[in-house]
Design a protein around this ligand. Structure first.
Ligand code: ADP
Ligand code: MG
Ligand code: MG
Length: 466
């Protein structure tokens, strides 16, 4: 690969490249007022154009599928029913959804900014879906900058590489523009003289990614952004008589959630009150609560069944989408003896997932065996397992790269996960926008189970389309 062609950048070269990364704005939140670049790869990762383009061609179909799924509320509630008994977080989200629909302030403007994640599986040679994120999908801002740095590196250090290497093959991504455009479209459909809220965490490691979108919204669309936490909304927000969301005297057109996707984001009742205030208001929510629920792992697992998938898409499209699904199982009825035996003999081939987001929640290998200990013999464990799903592990090919974190560069064997952004805006029955929204590549060391950049496991990367 490309890394093999570079023996090692000299230290001064590395420091120059990392300074360039910072100058492009590829930074993370300061620690003790000290700024540093975001963890990145110094080189892009090669992917075959054929497989990538095949997947890209399905972007709009995936967007539509998940849009239709979120409209099927009664089905969402039914599928999540068992989970609600075990999982208070999901139960409360379902309750808020029901309350919101009862109150009837439903906003007919829909804004979906999603990220559909895949790994290129070696045995099948296909991109297989890891998950579909309907909420807080991150790195749309910063990935739009990193491909430029990678092009610069391949151009300016040309003699380090095989003469065949072509910087233009570093695949561009305009996710920052597409996501901001989606936010602006929804905000403008709502009305004028309004502000957008970026609903954020009290401390956010990935601050700069959000700032990119904020600047784009302001510079291109003159839409001001207010950053607020759930607790800020609880203190300073209210609903006007007509249902409009008012925050510190400003009318809010869109609430863009970059927080609220995990139970930890609701340490007290006041965060839940803020969530309910937003969801029962007339503001456009990105995502609305039903789209949030549609992004659950349990829903992904149900969509793995052809008879469920075909409720929402024509079979000829459905077959193409399902080509990118790996094996998925629910725990609604007990797992077969055969499957349990397969898991115990090859636990590294399976992943168990709860209904959680943000990384670090899954079980792998021996962890899978442990959580299934005594599963067959204990009714309580069988009940408890209903909040999880079981998934076949996807196995991408390891590739060498130079990964940099906090100014230190390491040469490592890596695995990559591709995120395809999607933007869908609807106004009542009318689909206003439905587009591929650019991509994100996250790369991690081969030996790490997970690849979250913010969580400290992975780095931001870009694609060399070959
Ligand atoms: P989250 O919503 O927390 O990001 P994911 O389903 O994306 O949950 O899982 C987190 C990470 O775990 C992924 O980014 C990926 O690195 C790894 N992972 C999840 N599912 C699989 C799988 N089936 N095969 C291989 N790795 C997986
Ligand atoms: Mg997720
Ligand atoms: Mg994920």
């Amino acid at each position: 690969m490309l890394a093999r062609q570079v023996k090692q950048f000299e230290n001064a070269e590395e420091q120059r490249l990392l300074a360039l990364a910072a100058a492009y704005g590829i930074e993370m939140s300061p620690e003790a007022n000290h700024y540093t670049h975001l963890p990145i790869s110094l080189l892009p990762t090669p992917f075959p154009a054929e497989q990538f383009n095949k997947l890209k061609d399905l972007s709009e179909e995936f967007n539509l599928l998940m849009y239709k799924v979120h409209l099927d509320r009664e089905w969402l509630y039914k599928v999540l029913e068992d989970i609600c008994r075990e999982d208070d977080y999901i139960r409360r989200l379902v309750e808020i959804s029901k309350t919101a629909h009862e109150i009837g302030n439903q906003q007919k403007i829909f804004l979906g900014l999603n990220r559909n994640d895949f790994m290129l599986d070696v045995p099948t040679n296909r991109f297989q879906q890891v998950e579909f994120n309907t909420m807080s999908a991150s790195f749309g801002g910063l990935s739009s900058k990193l491909y430029k740095l990678h092009r610069l590196i391949l151009s300016q250090y040309k003699s380090y590489f095989d003469p065949e290497v072509d910087p233009q093959k570093v695949l561009e991504t305009h996710s920052m523009n597409r996501l901001a455009e989606g936010l602006a479209t929804a905000s403008n459909l709502y009305g004028n003289n309004v502000s957008v809220i970026f609903l954020v965490l009290p401390f956010e490691m990935n601050y700069f990614d959000q700032t990119c979108l904020e600047i784009e919204l302001w510079e291109t669309y003159s839409i001001p952004v207010i950053r607020a936490t759930l607790s800020d909304v609880a203190t300073h927000g209210h609903k006007r008589e007509d249902g409009a969301l008012i925050y510190k005297d400003k009318e809010i057109s869109v609430v863009y959630f970059r927080a609220g996707y995990s139970p930890d984001h609701y340490p007290t009742e006041s965060e839940w009150q803020a969530r309910e205030l937003i969801d029962t208001s007339k503001a456009v929510k990105c995502p609305n609560i039903d789209y949030h629920l549609a992004g659950s792992k349990k829903i992904q697992q149900e969509l793995g069944k052809p008879e469920v998938l075909y409720k929402y898409v024509d079979p000829q499209i459905g077959v193409k989408l399902a080509d990118h699904f790996t094996d998925l199982w629910g725990f609604d009825s007990p797992l077969s003896q055969e499957l349990l035996a397969a898991i115990r003999s090859n636990p590294q081939d399976y992943v168990v997932k709860p209904q959680r987001e943000g990384g670090g929640n899954n079980f792998y290998g021996e962890g899978v065996v442990k959580i299934l200990e005594n599963y067959e013999n204990d009714q309580n464990i069988q009940e408890h397992m209903k909040q999880y799903i079981l998934m076949k592990r996807i196995n991408p090919e390891p590739k060498e790269n130079l990964l940099s974190r906090k100014g230190v560069v390491n040469r490592v064997q890596t695995l990559s996960e591709l995120g395809m952004f999607g933007v869908l805006v609807a106004n009542g029955e009318e689909i206003v926008t439905n587009v591929y929204g650019g991509y994100l590549l996250r790369t991690k060391s081969k030996d790490a189970n997970e690849g979250g950049v913010a969580a400290g496991y992975g780095v931001l990367d870009s694609i060399y389309l070959d």
